[in-house]
Design a protein around this ligand. Structure first.
Ligand code: C2E
Ligand code: CA
Ligand code: CA
Length: 280
C-alpha cells in the first residue's frame, strides 16, 4: 500500500519469510546500504503551534525494500543495532540531511533539521569524524543540526556518551533527548547531558485525552518545568488531535510534531510544503 507513501508493516509471503530469517534480512540490509540506494530519508515537519508555521523537521529513515515495499525503521533498526550496521545507516542519513539542508538553504529556507542517532554512533570515531567533516565542508551553521538520542540510550552509556554530547554542543550542534520521560534518568546524570531540547515521549501525548490523562498531564507539566530549569526547550511529538494540541499549547509547548499537522514525507514534498507556505 505504498503508492500513497505509506509504510508497509505487513508483507507478501516472500518478504515475510525474509524478515523472519534474520540472516537473509541482514544480507539484504547490507546490500541496501553498500550497493543500492534503497535507504530513503523522510522528513516530518515540526510546527510552531502558535503561528501554525513549519519551524523545522525530523529526518526519519525508511527502507525501499522493493518497488512496493517501504519498510518502517522498527523493522530493521533493531537488527542494524545488533549487527553493527547502524552507524553506516545513520551516517548515510546524516549525509542526506546535510545535502537536503543545503538545498533548502539555497532556496531561501534556513530551517533546522534533527536526525536520530544510536548511542553506538556516538562511540564510533568514524561517525563523529563524518559529522565534523560535514560541518567543516558544508559551510552550513552547526545550529541547523540537531541530534536526537533517546533518554534510554543516553543513560545506558552515559559515562561515554555525556562527554561526546558536550563536545558536539561546543561545535554548535543541538542535542535533543528523545522519548523523554520513559528512560529513568537520574538527576545527577541528566545534568551532564548537555541537552538543548527535551522531546516528551509520544505515549504521554497519546494519553492526554484518555483514561490516564491526569498522569500524562502531570508528566507534560513536569517535563516543561524541568526543561525550563535546565535552559532547554520542549518539543511534543505524536500529536494526533486538536484536543492534544490545545492541552500542550496551554501548558507551554510551542513546537509540535504529529499526524495532526503532517506525516513524515519525502524531501520533495517537504520543499513543496515550504514553498506553498511562503505564498500564503
Ligand atoms: P522516534 O524518533 O520517536 O520517531 C517518531 C516516530 O513516531 C516516527 O516513527 C514517526 O513516523 C512517528 N509519528 C509521527 N507522528 C506521529 C503521530 O502523530 N502518531 C503516532 N502514533 N506516531 C507518529 P518511525 O518513522 O516509524 O520511526 C520509529 C523509530 O525508529 C523512531 O522513533 C526512531 O527511534 C527510529 N529511527 C527512525 N529513523 C532513524 C534513523 O535514521 N536512525 C536511527 N538510529 N533510528 C531511527
Ligand atoms: Ca526522534
Ligand atoms: Ca520519540
Amino acid at each position: 500500500a505504498n503508492r500513497h507513501g505509506e509504510l508497509v508493516r505487513f508483507y507478501n509471503a516472500e518478504l515475510l519469510q525474509a524478515l523472519e530469517n534474520r540472516y537473509t534480512l541482514l544480507k539484504h540490509l547490507r546490500d541496501a546500504i553498500t550497493e543500492g540506494d534503497q535507504l530513503r530519508v523522510y522528513y516530518q515537519p515540526k510546527f510552531n503551534m502558535h503561528t501554525g508555521k513549519v519551524c523545522g523537521a525530523e529526518a526519519l529513515v525508511r527502507w525501499q525494500y522493493d518497488a512496493d515495499t517501504l519498510l518502517a525503521p522498527d523493522q530493521f533498526i533493531p537488527l542494524a543495532e545488533t549487527s553493527g550496521l547502524i552507524t553506516k545507516i545513520d551516517t548515510r542519513v546524516m549525509e542526506t540531511v546535510f545535502a537536503d539542508v543545503a538545498r533548502l538553504q539555497s532556496s531561501g529556507f534556513a530551517l533546522p533539521v534533527s536526525f536520530n542517532v544510536s548511542n553506538l554512533d556516538l562511540l564510533a570515531p568514524e561517525f563523529l569524524g563524518s559529522l565534523e567533516s560535514l560541518l567543516l565542508h558544508s559551510k552550513l551553521t552547526a545550529s541547523l543540526f540537531e541530534i536526537e538520542i533517546t533518554e534510554t540510550q543516553a543513560m545506558q552509556n552515559y559515562e561515554a556518551v555525556a562527554p561526546v554530547l558536550s563536545r558536539l554542543v561546543k561545535l554548535g550542534v543541538k542535542i535533543s533527548i528523545d522519548d523523554f520521560g520513559t528512560g529513568y534518568s537520574s538527576l545527577a546524570h541528566f545534568t551532564k547531558l548537555a541537552a538543548t531540547v527535551l522531546k516528551v515521549d509520544k505515549s504521554f501525548v497519546a494519553q492526554l485525552a484518555g483514561k490516564d490523562k491526569e498522569n500524562a498531564l502531570a508528566v507534560i507539566k513536569m517535563v516543561r518545568n524541568f526543561a525550563e530549569q535546565f535552559g532547554a526547550i520542549v518539543v511534543a511529538e505524536g500529536i494526533e488531535t486538536e484536543e492534544q494540541r490545545a492541552i500542550l499549547t496551554d501548558n507551554g509547548y510551542q513546537i509540535g510534531q504529529g499526524y495532526l499537522f503532517s506525516r513524515p514525507i519525502p524531501f520533495s514534498q517537504f520543499e513543496t510544503l515550504l514553498a506553498q507556505e511562503k505564498q500564503l
